[in-house]
Design a protein around this ligand. Structure first.
Ligand code: DHB
Length: 455
């Protein structure tokens, strides 16, 4: 009896409890692997595969993550969390690829996490399990798993950088914008997500298809003149003016409030910046695309005419795009890939209506008059609703790209996302890269230069 008492006292003071297995504690055995990079380098890494990240797994094909640790990684190495969600469909955990940011991250010594997530096509029996916001909840649960196990795994969960393209770009934006918000808490609890936070350090968003409830009005605001029924399209587009007036965004350069009066010029300024950068890097833009340029001589004033400094000044001249005629540029965009049919998003054939559909798989409209349930789910899928909300932990660093040729959503959508983040004091690297279409993980030199700059 005395012995039992002493043992109990030892357990109590040492904090030990009867050994209970913790289903979310990282204990996966790793496998050694190698990735051949395009430049011939072999990157050695350890792969930890098929790790369930919730306790109430509903779909074992998707609710798992893979984790990869390159040789030489430490407890402090950043973690690139890459989602392959596309079309808002389910995406399984995968292996890293030499041709995208995952392989590059390993080669740069970063850990990589590739979580699976359910999507608008996920089913168990005849029930749909991945309608909104479930795919996002899965990704949040994966982040929580990394945070929960931070000490047990290499890499730092304080330095998670999310990355995705298109619907995946939207997911990356949502991970960055909605973290720790109580709206998602009951769902994550019910799924058996790890008890941890889900905020991330940075979000990389390529062509995010987001702000879905305003995407149609923004699309018609920009493209109405190219529509067969331009009058109807213009009527829808006018709703965007009201939306812009209500957003109270500010031009980050001038501080000026953005309204229907000045918004078009503001949006154009991002296209002008794109064209300027392209020509400054040696590119040529044909006049038919509607851009005007002027030559800027930075050191001309005060120089002796014909003197040696003038010659140097000439060498430093830069060409700057000063105006864009959208009546020429937008038909060019639509000539490369035809515009989406009207309405671009809230039509029952779209991936977005599938996303907001019900468990029987019936697609749902998500703009105009909708049920409270759909309204709530639409809000939970919109990062714009959470940036500036003191209950969410918005990532401090953002890298957002949307190609200047990308018509999958209209330019105001990424412009507004970037602007709202800038207005909220976040560090945002935003561009509409010239001649880029709907694609992701490009110009990795630029991306990884930026990543190094924030670390
Ligand atoms: C994607 C593309 C779209 O045009 C869209 O509406 C939704 C998703 C995608 O590629 O993920």
């Amino acid at each position: 009896m005395k012995k039992l008492f002493v043992m109990a006292a030892i357990f109590a003071t040492s904090g030990c409890t009867v050994a209970k297995t913790d289903p979310l504690a990282f204990k996966t055995k790793g496998q050694s692997m190698e990735l051949s990079m395009l430049d011939g380098r072999e990157v050695k890494y350890t792969a930890y595969l098929n790790i369930p990240y919730v306790t109430n797994v509903e779909d074992e094909n998707y609710q798992t993550l893979n984790f990869f640790v390159p040789e030489g990684a430490t407890q402090k190495s950043p973690i690139l969390l890459r989602t392959y969600v596309g079309g808002y469909m389910a995406a399984a955990a995968k292996n890293p690829s030499a041709t995208d940011a995952t392989g590059r991250a390993l080669a740069e010594g970063m850990c990589v996490c590739i979580p699976g997530a359910r999507g608008n096509n996920s089913m168990q029996g005849d029930v749909y399990t991945g309608k909104a916001p479930n795919g996002l909840l899965d990704l949040k649960a994966a982040v929580r798993y990394l945070r929960y196990n931070d000490k047990r795994m290499l890499g730092s969960a304080e330095r998670i950088i999310t990355d995705g393209t298109s619907a995946g770009g939207a997911m990356s934006a949502l991970l960055g914008a909605t973290a720790n918000h109580p709206d998602y808490e009951p769902y994550l609890k019910a799924m058996g997500a790890a008890k941890a936070k889900d905020n991330v350090f940075a979000s990389v968003c390529y062509c995010p298809i987001t702000d879905l409830d305003h995407a149609d009005m923004a699309y018609e605001w920009l493209y109405a003149d190219l529509r067969e029924d331009a009058a109807t399209a213009r009527r829808i587009g006018q709703q965007f003016d009201e939306y812009i007036n209500g957003l109270h965004l500010r031009n980050p350069k001038t501080g000026e409030t953005l309204t229907e009066e000045n918004y078009m010029d503001y949006m154009k300024s991002w296209l002008l910046a794109s064209a300027s950068r392209f020509v400054q890097e040696g590119g040529v833009i044909p006049d038919s695309l509607g851009f005007s340029f002027y030559l800027h001589f930075p050191h001309t004033p005060g120089h002796r005419p014909g003197g040696p400094r003038l010659i140097r000044a000439k060498a430093q001249k830069t060409e700057i795009a000063s105006e864009i005629d959208l009546d020429k540029y937008l038909p060019y965009v639509a000539s490369v890939r035809p515009l989406k049919p009207y309405p671009a998003f809230d039509n029952l054939e779209s991936p977005e209506c599938e996303l907001f559909g019900d468990v029987q798989g019936v697609p749902a409209h998500f703009t105009g008059v909708v049920s409270d349930d759909v309204k709530k789910r639409v809000r939970m899928m919109n990062p714009m609703c959470y940036i500036g909300d003191s209950k969410s932990t918005v990532a401090p660093h953002w890298y957002i790209r949307h190609g200047a040729l990308d018509r999958d959503t209209s330019f105001p959508i990424p412009v507004n996302l970037a602007t709202k983040l800038m207005n909220e004091g976040r560090n945002v690297d935003f561009a509409l890269p010239w001649n880029r279409n709907h694609e992701g993980d490009y110009n990795l030199d630029d991306l990884f230069r930026w990543i190094r700059s924030i670390l």
